[in-house]
Design a protein around this ligand. Structure first.
Ligand code: SAH
Ligand code: SF4
Ligand code: F3S
Length: 486
């Protein structure tokens, strides 16, 4: 990439530089030298496996981990064959944590077979002191632990871990630093996420993210735009701007710029054909943003707008700072301005004090808005959040009943909404060969819906027009236009 430092120009036998990102490139050089030694001894390069849990933000962070590993001379491998395994963890709900603990048991088995295997854990879980305590006590075979705030130091930590025995641990409480220009290894060459901000200042009362990701920091617009330009030059055509609350982008910058303003700048960049973003918060979704989306040729016809609850009483206890009525009038306004837009959402069931009547309010919003899809979650108590200390926790069987009732409506509504495309033509960006049937390709519509259709892998990364022939509820089966015209 454009701003990367040429590794061959770094003297890895002098003292490490103190400036970033130069210091990390120095350690990449050191890791590469270590990898050469490994190859001389073992007749092959070292192999690494990166596993990601959680959200898009973590997925992007993992691309940075992979970038460092690749530049350090590691080949990618499946877990069973790897010499270095790293889990980038999530702690938003307890089941995310349990998955990691379960998998660690399996890794212990690999390590017994291969004592040289190094196991690393990073990401949101590592920012919780209770997790660190548990890992040190019950999973003593882990070699490297670091958190979210110092991910940019991965090369340095990796080198220490590879060349030392015993646990390497580096966890920071917070940071105000944004380190730019580290190498990344994208999962897809034609689409990419890009961080526009880090952290969150909203403190929704159920949510652990502000505690594990720290305070909100926006990246300078010039840095973001340059990264998008570089990605476009490398062949990326679809980008997703990432932040926990993208609407509050830019507030503390040297040159303040609104999120809508940033979108307009990104839109000017040649080569970029589709722009997505995650996640806007309903409390400060501006008319300016709606206007920019409406008038844009490139911003996708999809808005993920987390509702969390349709009960104003629960929303207040959640510290979401909008009411049921405000959410409804916001979505009405959006639908009026951009009728073709797909709206999806997140909903939590079982927040402390939630009654069946509150869930009826949520169901009412689902029916009125007509979400194209909704991710429904059972409330998970996160230690340290205000909601965890609330006394009126809802019994599990009650939650389950409410959850099932809501899910039924969500699925019915989504099915009806999805059916509106039947028989139409849509442009899709082809992402991959279908997971289950290699004769099919999987493409994504602007509205985020997936379409499966027959085709060859040479179309991956291309924009193709398909006819949407069969609605399967949450996705479509289709035919490429070329194919059905002949
Ligand atoms: N910043 C984003 C969401 C990040 S977390 C936003 O504000 O919308 C993704 C989703 O996880 C949230 O929208 C919420 O629905 C869910 N979530 C967060 N904390 C949770 C908890 N303690 N229990 C259950 N679901 C939770
Ligand atoms: Fe969590 Fe709320 Fe921040 Fe989203 S906005 S990350 S739900 S605290
Ligand atoms: Fe999970 Fe951290 Fe994202 S807790 S949802 S990976 S910000």
């Amino acid at each position: 990439m454009y701003n990367e430092i040429d590794l061959d120009k770094i003297d890895i036998h002098s003292e490490p530089p103190t400036e970033e990102p130069g210091r990390q490139y120095y350690f990449i050089g050191k890791c590469r030298e270590w990898g050469e030694g490994f190859r001389r001894k073992n007749g092959r390069f070292p192999r690494a496996c990166v596993t990601t849990f959680g959200c898009q933000m973590n997925a992007r962070d993992s691309e940075k981990l992979s970038g460092v590993l690749q530049k350090s001379g590691f080949e990618t491998a499946q877990e069973e064959a790897a010499d270095f395994i790293i889990y980038n963890t999530c702690t938003v709900r307890d089941n995310a944590n349990q998955k990691v603990y379960g998998r660690l048991g399996v890794l212990h088995g690999y390590k017994r077979r291969n004592p040289h295997l190094k196991i690393a854990l990073c990401g949101c879980m590592m920012q919780e002191p209770s997790v660190i305590e548990k890992i040190r006590k019950s999973y003593g075979f882990v070699d490297l632990l670091f958190g979210t705030h110092n991910l940019y130091k991965f090369a340095e930590l990796l080198y220490t871990c590879l060349t030392c025995e015993g646990l390497v641990m580096d966890i920071w409480q917070d940071t105000d630093k944004v380190v730019e220009d580290l190498p990344t290894e994208q999962k897809y060459r034609f689409k990419s996420g890009i961080n526009i901000m880090y952290g969150c200042n909203n403190f929704c009362s159920y949510c652990i993210v502000p505690y594990v990701r720290g305070r909100e920091r926006s990246r300078e617009a010039a840095d973001i735009l340059e990264e998008v330009r570089r990605l476009a030059a490398d062949g990326v055509t679809e980008i997703m701007l990432l932040g926990q609350n993208v609407n509050s982008y830019g507030k503390n910058l040297k040159h303040p710029l609104s999120f809508a303003g940033l979108l307009q700048e990104v839109e000017q960049i040649p080569g970029i054909r589709r722009i997505r973003f995650m996640t806007p918060h309903p409390k400060d979704l501006s008319d300016e943003l709606i206007g920019v989306m409406r008038d844009s040729e490139k911003i996708c016809r999809h808005l993920h707008l987390p509702l969390q609850s349709g009960s104003s009483r629960i929303l207040q206890a959640m510290n979401r700072r909008y009411t049921k009525e405000q959410y409804l009038s916001l979505t009405e306004k959006i639908r009026r301005e951009i009728p073709e837009l797909s709206i999806t959402t997140d909903i939590i069931v079982g927040f402390p004090g939630e009654t069946a009547q509150d869930v009826e309010d949520t169901i009412d919003v689902v029916r009125k808005v007509g979400f194209d899809n909704a991710f429904t979650f059972i409330y998970s108590k996160r230690t340290g959040t205000p909601a965890a200390a609330m006394e009126n926790q809802v019994p599990a069987d009650e939650v389950k009943e409410n959850f099932d009732r809501l899910l039924h409506v969500v699925q019915e509504t989504a099915k009806q909404r999805t059916a509106r495309f039947l028989g139409q033509e849509a442009q899709v960006l082809v992402e991959d060969v279908n997971e289950h049937d290699s004769r099919l390709l999987t493409g994504r519509m602007s509205c985020n819906m997936l379409v499966h259709f027959p085709g060859g892998r040479e179309l991956i990364g291309q924009y193709v027009t398909v006819r949407l022939e069969e609605c399967k509820g949450f996705y479509y089966m289709g035919q490429e236009k070329k194919a059905w015209q002949n």
